[in-house]
Design a protein around this ligand. Structure first.
Ligand SMILES: [Zn+2]
Length: 266
């Protein structure tokens, strides 16, 4: 009886060991997680991800601010030839900051791309918005931090995007409208802090000249939505002339290889 009892205990233990082994998550941490290497953007965000190493803390300020609207010329076929790649708003505003661990970055401008520049798991979306921040303490960390949010055109009209579109249309008509932005909308309607609660992070570059590889990139895993009509309206703003003819073009730089750079995921 005693031996049979021992066998039974051994069998139960063996089962528990096997079950325990199954219950353990497979550690699939990539081998390049500690590599600190620079490279170009955008990239395809896929594969095995490394652990997040940053805590982002946004301070979006209070009240409203006026922003200037700009539309830049763009030549997709010859990257070096174009003046700039984006439509955007410039108004250096030090009251808006983001802190990545201990480094403070100050808000410079935001702008849009069509189609999205980054791909997630190989899939691009209709558009992408970039919030560009600059490092206030030179020599520490990267010079810039950019937050990117991919935009799907399968929702209702986005109430933040609508006045932006109107200001861009006026700019194209030769006017210089100032756009009043409610700072809380950058967080609420544009998702700047809210949508950045889950993201992909990697070392990358500016996606327009001078393409400098000094950017700490954070691409949200959440997506904003606009309506199909708003997407079509935006596309009408982006074109180039060739031999007297007007062509509609995209403003998204081609995907670049990671070439060993790790992607961290929160
Ligand atoms: Zn951009």
């Amino acid at each position: 009886m005693k031996n049979q009892y021992k066998v039974l205990v051994a069998l139960v233990l063996a089962h528990l060991l096997v079950l325990g082994a199954w219950a353990q998550p497979v550690q699939n941490k990539p081998s390049n997680c500690d590599i600190n290497k620079d490279g170009e953007s955008p990239v395809n965000l896929k594969g095995d991800f490394c652990n997040n190493k940053y805590e982002l803390k946004f301070d979006l300020g209070r009240g409203a601010t006026k922003m200037e609207c700009e539309i830049h010329k763009y030549d997709k076929e010859d990257e070096q030839k174009y003046v700039n790649v984006t439509v955007g708003f410039k108004n250096p505003n030090t009251s808006i900051t983001v802190k990545a661990n201990n480094t403070v970055y100050s808000f410079l401008q935001f702008h849009f791309h069509n189609a999205s520049e980054h791909a997630i798991g190989g899939n691009k979306d209709s558009m992408e918005v970039h919030f560009v921040f600059k490092n206030l303490e030179k020599g520490k960390e990267k010079d810039k931090l950019v937050c990117g949010i991919l935009i799907k055109a399968d929702g209702r009209d986005n109430t933040f995007f609508e006045p932006v579109l109107n200001a861009l249309k006026q700019t194209l008509a030769g006017n210089h409208p100032e756009l009043e932005i409610n700072l809380s909308d950058l967080g609420g309607k544009m998702g700047l802090d809210k949508y950045m609660n889950t993201y992909y992070n990697y070392n990358g570059s500016l996606t327009s000249p001078p393409f400098s590889t000094d950017v700490n990139w954070f691409v949200s895993a959440n997506k904003l939505t606009i309506s199909k009509r708003q997407l079509e309206d935006f596309k009408k703003l982006i074109y180039k002339y060739e031999n007297g003819k007007r062509y509609r073009i995209g403003i998204d730089r081609k995907i670049h290889e990671l070439d060993g750079r790790p992607i961290r995921k929160k």
